[in-house]
Design a protein around this ligand. Sequence first.
Ligand SMILES: NC(=O)c1ccc[n+]([C@@H]2O[C@H](COP(=O)([O-])OP(=O)(O)OC[C@H]3O[C@@H](n4cnc5c(N)ncnc54)[C@H](OP(=O)(O)O)[C@@H]3O)[C@@H](O)[C@H]2O)c1
Length: 298
Amino acid sequence: MRIAVTGATGVLGQEAVEALVAAGHDVSGVTRRDSGIPIVEGRGGRGVVANVFDASDLARVFRGHEVVINTLAHVPVGMAGLRPLAWREDDKLHGEASVAIAQAAAQAGVHKLIQESTVFMYPDNGSEWISEDMPLSVRNQAFRARVREMRAAVDFAGSGRSAVVLRLGQLFGRDPQTTHALKAVREGDQILLGSPDGYITLLHHKDAGRAFVAALRADSGFYNVGGEPIPRKRWAKDLATEAGAKSPAKFYPEIAQSLVGTRLDVQRRSLRVSSVRFMNETGWWPQTGPSTPGWSRR
Ligand SMILES: NC(=O)c1ccc[n+]([C@@H]2O[C@H](COP(=O)([O-])OP(=O)(O)OC[C@H]3O[C@@H](n4cnc5c(N)ncnc54)[C@H](OP(=O)(O)O)[C@@H]3O)[C@@H](O)[C@H]2O)c1
């Protein structure tokens, strides 16, 4: 299939391009800069320059493609998320670029849109499981742009078109966020939010890349995509093992956690998310877990 990927030079996008090419697809990777082209080519795709906020420029690029996969994001690393305006670019990408991408895909005659989203929109559900039917907890400034993005995907579906929204677990692997966490563990610094008994649903980058390929087989709808959820205290130990540190990763004390503000507060939620629907429908399953040795070098 001819597939266009937006955010193709990012952490998720590069994995998506590589996995799609490996599965035999013809992939165009969209970047805003000439220097992004060799990054896409390095993963086996064709680099194309376009402005992701301009629907007519995007429609020009999308013409002739059957599928568009949007992986755009710009997540601040670690406590940089506390800084004023830290989330401005990420909000613009989800609230404006994602809308332009869905509109351009419809204009260009694309049949299917696959949109990256996040499990952090679910409410804290303690140790209970969360499926796609659980109502979202998005009455929070943190998710205004994500809700617009979701609506744009839903609007795209119809008139014979389909939209698949993937609610991805927390990414881990060889990426800036996890590298930052591993360094903090080695140095004995606090790094984890939430309660040690709360659940976390993780997704390795390679598995995320394979999930975009699997999503080509999914019908329109919302799907959770993550590995087996684990208590955060288990993740604290897995991080230490991978970092080669003696003590588990440290949690921020409750008093500090209560001050992190709306944007990071959602990362304290206990999320025991089931990906059974996606697995059953597509045959996808996670191959790398947090206790798989060497996961940060894959
Ligand atoms: N579910 C999750 O847990 C989750 C989801 C996403 C990301 N993350 C984490 O967040 C960290 C950052 O990764 P990332 O992939 O989000 O960041 P990124 O690499 O900064 O951004 C991804 C791509 O989006 C494009 N982009 C970024 N800002 C843009 C802007 N203002 N205008 C137009 N295009 C823009 C860039 O493409 P061009 O420069 O080539 O145009 C970039 O390569 C990673 O550690 C990742 O694992 C986690």
